[in-house]
Design a binder for this molecule. Structure first.
Ligand SMILES: N[C@@H](CCC(=O)N[C@@H](CS)C(=O)NCC(=O)O)C(=O)O
Length: 214
């Protein structure tokens, strides 16, 4: 299996965490390598990453959550992204959506704005994104009360989503002391070996992140 990725991409981190949790072997192809971007775009013309290509099944899979589900279906191992209980699985799916839509998306909007030429920046859009992040922090702070992991006692897909979302969001808009549950949860995520490995692997590229000192 080939994973088309970039070492600073938050959605790629989500998939890497799941693969490392499961111990699934794969070949990582970085988009900057010669010829890789052309292969990736031919497979996934919408131009988003990560993308997984499984030549054994002639399958191309996009969207981070779906790649994790694909791994769980076809490379079943020690990591179970979803619990067997349907209600518990719904909570995992909900938390996955909350982290993607209401933490990752505004965080990405703030970072993307910083990367634009000065004249094309959008202060109103950034203000809206910051407002959404503040609401999300407050909602997640309440939801994390009494939970070790995002959806309860087990590490699931929701934690794979939460780790990059909260890590990067905290860089662009620090959670501060108002969100002790969320901050403690982020520390647990950073200490998890799968995510610690992702964080270690980002180091050579980290200075390219515009809020690297944040
Ligand atoms: N919904 C997609 C989002 C993927 C995504 O936004 N990836 C970013 C990198 S973290 C990307 O492709 N950025 C390039 C672009 O938007 O042009 C997923 O869950 O995989």
């Amino acid at each position: 299996m080939i994973l088309y990725y970039h070492p600073l991409s938050s959605y790629c981190w989500k998939v890497l965490i799941a693969f490392y949790e499961n111990g699934t072997p794969f070949t990582a192809r970085m988009l900057e390598e010669d010829g890789v971007a052309a292969q990736w775009l031919a497979l996934w013309p919408v131009g988003k990453f990560p993308v997984l290509h499984d030549s054994a099944r002639n399958a191309t899979v996009g969207e981070a959550s779906i790649i994790v589900e694909y791994m769980a279906c076809h490379e079943a191992g020690i990591f179970h992204p979803f619990p067997a209980d349907p209600d518990a699985a719904l909570e995992v799916r909900l938390m996955d959506r909350l982290f993607d839509n209401y933490v990752m998306a505004p965080m990405q909007a703030i970072v993307a704005d910083r990367l634009r030429p000065e004249a094309q920046r959008d202060p109103y859009g950034v203000e809206q994104a910051r407002g959404l992040l503040a609401k999300s922090y407050a909602m997640l702070e309440a939801r994390m009360a009494g939970r070790r992991w995002a959806a309860g006692d087990s590490f699931t897909l929701a934690d794979c989503a939460a780790a990059p979302a909260l890590f990067y969001a905290d860089k662009v808009q620090p959670m501060g002391s108002d969100h002790p549950m969320l901050a403690a949860y982020l520390h647990r995520l950073e200490a998890r070996p799968s995510f610690a490995r992702v964080l270690e692997e980002k180091q050579p590229w980290w200075s390219h992140f515009p809020y690297a000192d944040g």
